[in-house]
Design a protein around this ligand. Structure first.
Ligand code: FAD
Length: 291
């Protein structure tokens, strides 16, 4: 199934993002995660690719399990930075061969000293995929602006090029301040970008996340979150509960504001994913007209 059809059927699309195991890691651990996800039943699951610059080859393997064993639609991420057209073509053919119908077309993070890629921007990858197959193509967007952009206006202009190249919906970078996100949506819509946009929400439930992933993305931390961290950094149980409560509150506010969807960065933590889903699903079901 092509994910863009979900937005025609539902007012709110609810999905998870997971990362595959490293090439030499045991696959057993992720099988438990996938089995939990099968029971939670998000609308689709996206699987990262080569995150952090490593050439991770297991996105396809996990996408195949998500599709065939969980019965959930996979969205396979694909980066093009530092890749040749032949390498990218092989990756696309591999996804098509196993029946993957949705790809998140990304440039990927540039790593200093790496050789120049055949692709300068994600929009080049979008055009390349379109020229090769009939995949549904998704793109990334950045509510606080991409770190390389001089300003948000420039970033939105570039986003428009990407969408016009053939993207059917966008998944946003994680953010913690809903007001910033809603202002961003207004700007994007004013720029004439009309495709559905899912809000990226990452539950902050472990002290290590504050210095790690959050720092990497450069996301702004509202005072409320900093207070939470300062109070509970040394109390893992309390931080877990506070993080689940914050993400739940953030999602409820986004749903109230009429967003097209929520993309939950679950970091392969299905305990957290289930707790949050149990909290928000009744509202999502109601918005989607479920009885
Ligand atoms: P682009 O859309 O190419 O944008 C990158 C920069 O170039 C921006 O500043 C943009 O304004 C500018 N730009 C774009 N087009 C043009 C143009 N035509 N002319 C001039 N400037 C332009 N990384 C991974 O390695 N693996 C993953 O699985 C992964 N998953 C992600 C999922 C999501 C939802 C998000 C938000 C990010 C993800 N990333 C992942 C990170 C991503 O690869 C980086 O943020 C990367 O730096 C930019 O990728 P992009 O596809 O957004 O690039």
């Amino acid at each position: 199934m092509k994910i863009n059809d979900l937005f025609k059927e539902k007012k709110v699309v609810y999905s998870f993002e997971i990362f595959p195991p490293k090439v030499n890691d045991d696959i057993g651990k992720i099988l438990g995660t996938l089995s939990d996800i099968k029971n939670i039943r998000p609308d689709y699951v996206s699987i990262t690719y080569s995150a952090g610059g490593s050439k991770n080859s297991r996105t396809k393997e996990i996408a195949e399990i998500v599709k065939n064993e969980c019965g959930i639609e996979p969205l396979a991420h694909l980066t093009c930075v530092n890749s040749t057209r032949d390498e990218v073509a092989r990756a696309i053919d591999g996804l098509v061969d196993i029946g993957v119908e949705n790809v998140l077309a990304l440039r990927g993070d540039r790593i200093e000293g790496e050789v120049k890629s055949d692709f300068a921007h994600a929009s080049d990858l979008v055009k390349f995929i379109k020229s090769k197959c009939d995949m549904n193509i998704v793109g990334a967007c950045y509510p606080e602006g991409h770190p390389e952009s001089a300003n948000i206006v420039e970033d939105i202009r570039n986003l428009k090029i990407k969408v016009e190249s053939g993207v059917t919906h966008l998944n946003s970078q994680l953010f913690f301040d809903n007001d910033d996100y809603l202002k961003y949506l207004d700007m994007v819509r004013l720029a004439g970008i009309d495709v559905p946009i899912q809000a990226g929400v990452m539950p902050l439930v472990k002290a290590s996340q504050f210095g790690g992933i959050v720092k990497t993305t450069g996301a702004k931390l509202p005072t409320k979150i900093s207070r939470m961290y300062n109070k509970f950094a040394d109390d893992p149980d309390a931080l877990m509960e506070a993080g689940i409560a914050y993400a739940t509150d953030q999602i409820v506010d986004l749903l109230t504001s009429g967003v097209d969807g929520i993309h939950l960065y679950i970091m392969n933590n299905t305990y957290v994913a289930k707790r949050i889903t149990d909290n928000v699903r009744p509202i999502i079901d109601k918005l989607n007209g479920a009885r």
